[in-house]
Design a protein around this ligand. Structure first.
Ligand SMILES: Nc1nc2c([nH]c(=O)n2[C@H]2C[C@H](O)[C@@H](COP(=O)(O)OP(=O)(O)OP(=O)(O)O)O2)c(=O)[nH]1
Ligand SMILES: [Mg+2]
Length: 131
């Protein structure tokens, strides 16, 4: 089975809204909302992978981040290890470089968005962190 290691960013603005992007319809877990990020390449550190993915997908650079949690999930066709980090500060103005829709969402409204199954523990962890 395919196993992928993924660097994921919970990106906060100064008002503590969280940046979500919607996955394209044709890809794995397509059509669902996600926290931006992508696959860690061989030999790459998590910090480097997160910075590269946020540059490629959103044209921003993380300036302060901290680990939130790691999640193993088996989708049957694919298993993922999501290494989730909170990005407290970034430079640049995020835009969907891959044509993906973006939304800044208050913590209290995250539950209204449909996420991949692996993401289940992320919203409780954010609530715990931000109160
Ligand atoms: N980025 C991200 N991926 C997630 C989340 N939840 C979740 O199950 N995934 C899964 C979907 C994919 O199988 C995998 C991430 O792959 P990806 O498609 O973002 O990888 P990538 O950005 O490197 O894209 P590509 O170059 O392979 O097209 O992790 C999430 O919240 N954010
Ligand atoms: Mg991605």
């Amino acid at each position: 089975m395919q196993r992928v290691h993924v660097a994921v960013g919970v990106i906060l603005d100064p008002q503590q809204n969280i940046l979500l992007t919607r996955r394209h319809g044709h890809v794995h877990q397509g059509g669902l909302w996600e926290f931006p990020g992508g696959k860690v390449e061989p030999g790459e550190s998590l910090a480097t992978a997160l910075a590269r993915e946020l540059r490629e997908e959103l044209d921003i650079a993380p300036e302060r981040s901290s680990p939130l949690l790691a999640i193993h999930h088996d989708y049957g066709d694919k298993s993922v290890l999501l290494d989730v980090h909170v990005v407290w500060q970034f430079s640049g103005e995020p835009r969907g470089l891959e044509g993906q829709p973006l939304a800044w969402v208050p913590v209290a409204e995250l539950q209204d968005y449909a996420f991949p199954a692996a993401n289940e523990p992320i919203i409780p962890a954010i609530r715990e962190l931000l109160g």
